[in-house]
Write a protein of this length. Structure first.
Lengths: 270, 594
C-alpha cells in the first residue's frame, strides 16, 4: 500500500511538471497554495498534495494544479475568488465542511484545535477552563477559535500571538519552535497545521480542546473537514462526495501518515 | 464454546435474580402496572410523579398552616460534585436516586437510611469532554422490578431493584460522535424511552425505545431526515419528508434536534409526547429553511414509534431555543372549551396549549412580558410572528434579545395544581446580545462562532416563579428571584408549592398566592426537582442540592461585569460568594414525636 502511494505520488509530480498543457475534460483541476506546508507546496510535499494525487488517481483523472497564494491580502476568500470562482480550477482539497461560499463535499475527517506543551511539564490541561492555564504563557494563532477562547477568559493577557495564516514567511511550526525555546509554555493551534511537524517531536504532549459552552457562548474547536467545488457546480461536488464515500479509509490513512490526528474518529455517520 | 457456557450461566443467574426480585417485591407489585402504582400518592415511581408529568401530589399532611414547622428529617451526601438536575424515586420502602457524573446510583432503606445497594457505571472518559453544559443527570426510572439508569456516556443499565445487579446493559449514545445522555428515561408498558444530548456537536437527534425485559432496541425515531427515519407514515397530518426538504443539501445529517428533556404519556390515547432541541449549526444564516423537525413537539405511538402529529414551535431557530421542556398533560377549559390539553412552557418564552389528540394549537401566549423575538404566535398557522430586529444573523451584533439563549424557562419542570387550576412555573429572566459568525477558513485554520452576552431582563431580577392560569393564559402571581429559577416545582394537596433556587434556598410558597411560607438554606445551590412521599404515616419532601449545569454557568456569566477585561475578578469566584459545588440529598418533614 505504502509503496503504491509513493509511486503514485512520483507519477503525480511528473504530471504536475507537465501540467501547462491545455485543460482537458479528464483533468482534476485543484486550486492550491504553492508555499504553505504542511498543507501544500509546489513540490507536492504537503498532505493536501498527497490527497489530491490520490483523488485524481481514484477518479482516473490527470491532476493539474492552479497555484495561488492563500495568505495574501484578502486571505482565503480572495484566493477562492481569484481561482475557483474564476474557473481557473475546480476543486479545493481541505476546507471546513459548513463553509457557505463554496460547495463542500461530504466531510472526510474531523480534527480539532489542540493544546501543545512539553510532556515533561506535566501540566493538567483538559480544556480552556483548566486552572493551570491561568499561570502560563499561551501561544495562539491570531483570529482563530483559540484566540476567542482565551479572550473570553481574560487569559489573553498571557497570550502570545502567531500569525502563520497571514504571513507568507511564517509557518504553523513557528509556535512549536517557541515552545521548544521556552518563549511560550503552551500553544493552542489547529492539529492538522502542526501534526506533520509533531511526528518528529515525541517530547510534546498534544491534548484536544473540547467544544465548550462554559462561558455562555458556544465555542467550537472540533471541525469536520471536506473537499469543495465551486458554488453551483453540483457535478464536481457529487463527484468528490462519491470518491470520499468509496475511498475514505485510504484518505484517512494518508492523513494519519502525515501526522494529522483525527478526533471523533467515528465520523463515518456524518 | 467456553464463552457460550458463561453466557448461559450468566443468563441463568440473571433469570434467578429476576425471579428472586419478583418474589421479594411481592406478587402484588409484580402484577400492578406502573400506571396503577403511580396513582398511589405514598410512592413516587415516575420521574415526573405521573405520566401526565404534573408533579402534583395529593399528600396533605404538610399544609399552608404548618409548613413553617418543617425541618430536616435526614440527609445524605451523593458523592458527586457536578450539577444535580434530577429527583429521587420512592418505591415501597426504598428511595432510589442518581447523582451527577460519575452517576452514582443509590438504593436507600427509608426505615434506617442505610444504603441497600450502590451502583456506579464504568464510563467512557471521552464523554466528559463532549458534554455540553456540565455533567448533569436528571434521574432514574422504575418499571417491572427494575431501576433504569442513564449514564453520561450513553450506557443504559437495567438494575434489579432489590439487589442492584445489572439485568441488562444497552447503549444509546456514542461520545466519540459527540453524543451523551443526561435525561431521565421513561418506562411505558414494556418499553424504556431514552433520549440523546449533544446538539452542540452536530448530533442528529433521536429518541430510542428499548425492550424493558431484554434491553434490545425496538425502535429509534430521528428528528431529521426522510420520513422513514423520522418514523412518519401514512395518516401523518403534515408535509412529506419535511425532515429533509426543509434543510439545505445534506445538512439534516448533522441537524441537531436532540431529545434531552422530559417525556410524558397518555395511556388512553396511547401517545407519548416530547420536544426536540435546536438545529445543528449555530449560525442560522448557514442553514436556510424551517429545519424540521427541530424545535418540535412530537406525539408518537409508544409501541411503534410512529408519529401521530408534530408541531414545530420555532421554525428556523436563530436563538438556540431548544424545544425540549416538559409536556404537561391536563384536561383543561381553554377559551371556554373543555379539551384534553398538552401544556408546554418553551425556552422561547411562549406557553403553548395544544389539543393533545391532534396537535391543534389552542392558545399560545408569552409567559414573560419581556419576550421580544416574536410579537405573537399566529394561532391558525402556528408560526411565530418574528421580529427581524431581534433575529441573530451572520456578522451582526443583535442587541437586547429577550429571552437569552437559556430561554424564559429551561428544562426545570413546572407543576400543574388542579386545586387552583394554576401551572406553577420556574422561569428565567435574562436577555442577550448575540453575534453569529459564519464558518470561516483562515488559510489553514477553521473558525466558527457566536458570541453571546447575557444580562438580567427588565427589572433586574434574573428569574421568577410564576402561576400561569391556562384558561386564558395570564400570570396570576409572580415571585421574582435574584437568579434564574433553575429548580423544578412540586405542588401538593396541602396547598403548598416547593422549589429550590440557585443560591441554595429551598422554599415553600402558597400555591394560591405565591406568598412565601418557609425557607431553608441547603449546602449547595438547587437545580433539581422536589418530590414528596409517605413513610410510616408521615409526609416527607426530598430534594437534591448540588449546583452546576448551564444554570451555574449562566449565574457565573451574569455576575461578571460585561466590561470584565484584564485583571477582572474571575466569574467563578463571584459564584462562590453565593454557593459552592457539592451533591447532597435533603429530606424534610414536620417534627416527629419519638
Amino acid at each position: 500500500m505504502h509503496r503504491c502511494l509513493t509511486l503514485m505520488l512520483a507519477a503525480t509530480i511528473a504530471i504536475v511538471a507537465a501540467s501547462q498543457a491545455p485543460a482537458r475534460a479528464s483533468d482534476l483541476r485543484v486550486c492550491a497554495d504553492p508555499n504553505y506546508l504542511p498543507f501544500s507546496n509546489r513540490a507536492g510535499q504537503g498532505f493536501e498534495n498527497q490527497l489530491a494525487a490520490y483523488v485524481a488517481h481514484a477518479l482516473g483523472e490527470r491532476l493539474v494544479y492552479y497555484w495561488d497564494d492563500t495568505r495574501g491580502p484578502g486571505g482565503f476568500d480572495e484566493f477562492v475568488q481569484n481561482t475557483l470562482n474564476k474557473k481557473l480550477c475546480d476543486v479545493l482539497i481541505d476546507v471546513p465542511y459548513a463553509s457557505d461560499k463554496i460547495a463542500p463535499s461530504s466531510p472526510y475527517y474531523i480534527s480539532s484545535y489542540v493544546f501543545v506543551f512539553p510532556k515533561r511539564k506535566h501540566y493538567d490541561i483538559e480544556s480552556m477552563d483548566s486552572p493551570d492555564l491561568r499561570n502560563l504563557r499561551i501561544g495562539f494563532e491570531a483570529d482563530t477559535p483559540g484566540e476567542n477562547g482565551l479572550k473570553m477568559r481574560t487569559l489573553i493577557i498571557h497570550g502570545v500571538p502567531f500569525d502563520s495564516a497571514d504571513d507568507d514567511n511564517g509557518s504553523p511550526a513557528d509556535m512549536l519552535g517557541a515552545i521548544t525555546k521556552g518563549r511560550i509554555d503552551v500553544g493552542v493551534t489547529w492539529e492538522p497545521a502542526v501534526g506533520p511537524f509533531l511526528r518528529s517531536m515525541p517530547q510534546m504532549e498534544v491534548v484536544g480542546v473540547p467544544n465548550s459552552r462554559s462561558q455562555g457562548s458556544p465555542e467550537q474547536y472540533v471541525f469536520p473537514m471536506a473537499m469543495a467545488a465551486r458554488l453551483g457546480d453540483t457535478a464536481t461536488q457529487r463527484k468528490l462526495s462519491n470518491v470520499i464515500a468509496a475511498h475514505k479509509a485510504d484518505l484517512v490513512q494518508i492523513l494519519a501518515r502525515n501526522g494529522v490526528k483525527l478526533y471523533m474518529p467515528n465520523a463515518s455517520a456524518l | 464454546m467456553k464463552r457460550w457456557s458463561i453466557v448461559i450461566i450468566l443468563a441463568f443467574v440473571a433469570l434467578l435474580a429476576g425471579l428472586a426480585g419478583m418474589l421479594k417485591n411481592g406478587n402484588a407489585q409484580a402484577r400492578v402496572s406502573l400506571l396503577d402504582m403511580s396513582k398511589d400518592a405514598n410512592q413516587w415511581v415516575i420521574p415526573a410523579l405521573d405520566y401526565s408529568a404534573t408533579r402534583n401530589s395529593s399528600l396533605k399532611e404538610i399544609t399552608t398552616d404548618n409548613v413553617k414547622n418543617v425541618s430536616v428529617a435526614w440527609t445524605m451526601s451523593t458523592g458527586a460534585t457536578r450539577g444535580h438536575e434530577g429527583q429521587p424515586l420512592v418505591v415501597g420502602d426504598t428511595m432510589y436516586y442518581e447523582s451527577a457524573f460519575p452517576n452514582h446510583v443509590f438504593a436507600v432503606n427509608l426505615d434506617d437510611y442505610s444504603t441497600k445497594w450502590e451502583f456506579t457505571p464504568k464510563e467512557d472518559p471521552f464523554a466528559v469532554s463532549v458534554a455540553c453544559c456540565d455533567l448533569v443527570n436528571r434521574g432514574v426510572a422504575f418499571g417491572d422490578g427494575k431501576i433504569i439508569v442513564d449514564a453520561l456516556d450513553g450506557g443504559i443499565y437495567a438494575l434489579d431493584a432489590g439487589s442492584g445487579k445489572v439485568v441488562w446493559h444497552s447503549k444509546n449514545a456514542d461520545p466519540e460522535m459527540g453524543q451523551t445522555v443526561t435525561s431521565a428515561p421513561l418506562v411505558v408498558k414494556d418499553k424504556v424511552l431514552v433520549g440523546v444530548s449533544g446538539g452542540e456537536f452536530g448530533v442528529r437527534g433521536y429518541l430510542t425505545a428499548f425492550n424493558l425485559s431484554s434491553g434490545k432496541q425496538v425502535w429509534r425515531a430521528y428528528s431529521e431526515g426522510p420520513d422513514s427515519d423520522v418514523l412518519i407514515g401514512a395518516g401523518f397530518p403534515g408535509p412529506k419528508n419535511a425532515g429533509r426538504s426543509t434543510w439545505r443539501g445534506d445538512q439534516w445529517r448533522v441537524g441537531g434536534g436532540t431529545t434531552w428533556g422530559w417525556y410524558s404519556y397518555d395511556p388512553g390515547l396511547n401517545l407519548i409526547y416530547y420536544g426536540t432541541g435546536n438545529p445543528g449549526t449555530w449560525n442560522p444564516s448557514q442553514r436556510p429553511g424551517d429545519n424540521k423537525w427541530s424545535m418540535t413537539v412530537f406525539a408518537r405511538n409508544p409501541d411503534t414509534g410512529q408519529a401521530k402529529w408534530a408541531y414545530q414551535m420555532t421554525p428556523h431557530d436563530s436563538w438556540d431555543f431548544d424545544g425540549v421542556n416538559e409536556m404537561i398533560l391536563a384536561d383543561l377549559k381553554v377559551n371556554g372549551q373543555q379539551v384534553p390539553a398538552l401544556v408546554h412552557f418553551d425556552r422561547n418564552g411562549f406557553a403553548y396549549e395544544l389539543d393533545r389528540r391532534n396537535g391543534k394549537l389552542l392558545l399560545a401566549k408569552k409567559f414573560d412580558p419581556s419576550v421580544n423575538w416574536a410579537t405573537e404566535i399566529n394561532t391558525s398557522t402556528g408560526r411565530p410572528n418574528v421580529v427581524f430586529a431581534k433575529t441573530p444573523r451572520e456578522g451582526v451584533n443583535v442587541m437586547g434579545i429577550c429571552p437569552a439563549a437559556m430561554g424564559s424557562k429551561d428544562q426545570q419542570p413546572a407543576s400543574y395544581d388542579p386545586a387552583t387550576g394554576y401551572f406553577i412555573v420556574p422561569t428565567n429572566h435574562n436577555c442577550m446580545d448575540y453575534k453569529a459568525f459564519s464558518v470561516k477558513y483562515k488559510s489553514g485554520f477553521p473558525y466558527v462562532g457566536a458570541t453571546v452576552k447575557m444580562y438580567p431582563g427588565p427589572g433586574g431580577n434574573r428569574g421568577a416563579v410564576i402561576a400561569w392560569d391556562p384558561t386564558d393564559g395570564h400570570i396570576a402571581w409572580s415571585d421574582p428571584e435574584r437568579f434564574p429559577a433553575w429548580g423544578g416545582v412540586l405542588t401538593t394537596a396541602g396547598g403548598v408549592a416547593f422549589y429550590g433556587t440557585l443560591d441554595g434556598w429551598f422554599k415553600a410558597v402558597d400555591t394560591k398566592t405565591g406568598t412565601q411560607l418557609w425557607k431553608f438554606h441547603t449546602p449547595s445551590g438547587i437545580i433539581a426537582n422536589p418530590i414528596t412521599y409517605m413513610h410510616n404515616g408521615h409526609q416527607y419532601v426530598a430534594i437534591l442540592s448540588g449546583v452546576g449545569g448551564w444554570a451555574a454557568i449562566g449565574l457565573a456569566a451574569n455576575l461578571a461585569e460585561p466590561t470584565a477585561g484584564l485583571g477582572a475578578v474571575n466569574a467563578a469566584q463571584d459564584l462562590s460568594r453565593y454557593t459552592q459545588l457539592g451533591g447532597d440529598l435533603l429530606v424534610f418533614s414536620l417534627p416527629q414525636s419519638s
